[in-house]
Design a protein around this ligand. Structure first.
Ligand code: UDP
Ligand code: MG
Length: 321
């Protein structure tokens, strides 16, 4: 019989964590396979840590990974997968936007389809405001247009993965991980599960615009070289425009149809245009070099302050499955 771990990253979720645990536990109790919960506390600065410690003390099926500081959502999920020793894992947000009550249906779908992964597709995003809905929709489509790998549209990190996928994920060396992309990338049999993305049960989003932009850039840079090629294309276009203008102005001067010498505006326009193109292309190149630099430094993706398993500090690394 297989076992399940529910991996939940949490960052400053004091407002929702107790309710989230209550609903997740109720579902875990009803499952016909043994289930554990792995909470990854991503350096919360509110009461999340003590609330989680209280939960783990009372419920021995709860494993806690406390980070030394805030490393981000993707490193938190990564740590959960690395420390999971169950046969199956479900990745879920703490804020109940992904309803834990769907877990039995997800497991049933996996059994029916004999799939290695089930990715949950948001059929509607009730809880998200118009800006988030529009940017998310655009993001998944731009990613597919830019990337060499095709990803399922409108699927977040809410998904089930089996031991095969977890083992392959564990072998990935890159430090910047776009998890939903990587899970698609490893392959095997993956099937969609459609659901309604609920509103956040309590608290506020931990993904402000700055984090959303960083996340989208990570996804794009790690899965596509197209921005580099686009930069080259832009540079090439600028050169062609420059040559055409130079010929045009020279001929104009010879045959007297251009009054460029008196044209302050055209000079400024050209300087600004070429300056912009240069900065943009250097910026794109610089970003890839920055990412390369981070990868070469090979710092760990996360640092664990404390691991609590079965209510105590475990002897060996990892959460029981
Ligand atoms: N999260 C995290 N570290 C972060 C930001 C978010 O572990 O730096 C967690 C957060 O606690 C939640 C999940 O990642 O469980 C998704 O975050 P959130 O719900 O705030 O994002 P949104 O749904 O608004 O995009
Ligand atoms: Mg959320």
């Amino acid at each position: 019989m297989s076992s399940l771990s529910i991996i939940i990253p949490c960052y400053n979720e004091e407002a929702v964590i107790m309710e989230s645990y209550r609903r997740t536990k109720a579902v875990a109790d009803r499952l016909d396979i043994p289930a554990t919960i792995i909470y990854v506390n991503d350096g919360s600065t509110d009461r999340t840590r003590e609330l989680l410690n209280g939960i783990a003390e009372a419920d021995k099926r709860v494993c806690l990974i406390h980070f030394s500081r805030n490393f981000g959502h993707q490193p938190a999920v990564t740590a959960g997968i690395h420390h999971c020793s169950s046969d199956l894992a479900i990745i879920m947000d703490a804020d109940l936007q992904d309803p834990p009550e769907l877990i039995p249906d997800i497991l049933a779908l996996r059994d029916r389809e004999q799939a290695n992964a089930v990715y949950c597709v948001r059929r509607s995003r009730e809880g998200d405001h118009a800006f988030k809905r529009a940017t998310a929709k655009a993001f998944y489509r731009v990613m597919n247009a830019m990337s060499e790998v095709q990803f399922p549209l409108d699927a977040g990190d809410f998904r089930l993965i089996d031991r095969k996928v977890m083992n392959e994920f564990g072998r990935l060396k890159e430090h910047g991980k776009y998890i939903r992309g990587l899970v698609s990338w490893v392959g095997f049999k993956q099937v969609p599960f459609y659901y309604k993305h609920e509103a956040r049960a309590a608290g506020t989003t931990k993904y402000p615009l700055s984090k959303m932009i960083r996340f989208a850039t990570l996804a794009l840079v790690y899965f596509s070289n197209k921005p580099l090629r686009l930069a080259m294309g832009l540079g090439f276009t600028a050169v062609v425009v420059g040559i055409v203008l130079a010929v045009w102005f020279s001929l104009g001067k010879i045959y007297g149809f251009s009054h460029a010498e008196s044209g302050w505006t055209s000079t400024i326009t050209i300087i600004t245009f070429f300056g912009g193109v240069q900065l943009l292309t250097v910026g794109v190149l610089g970003h890839y070099i920055g990412v390369l630099f981070d990868e070469v430094k090979a710092r760990p993706e996360y640092i664990i302050d404390e691991l609590v398993s079965a209510g105590e500090k475990p002897k060996r690394e990892g959460c029981p499955g």
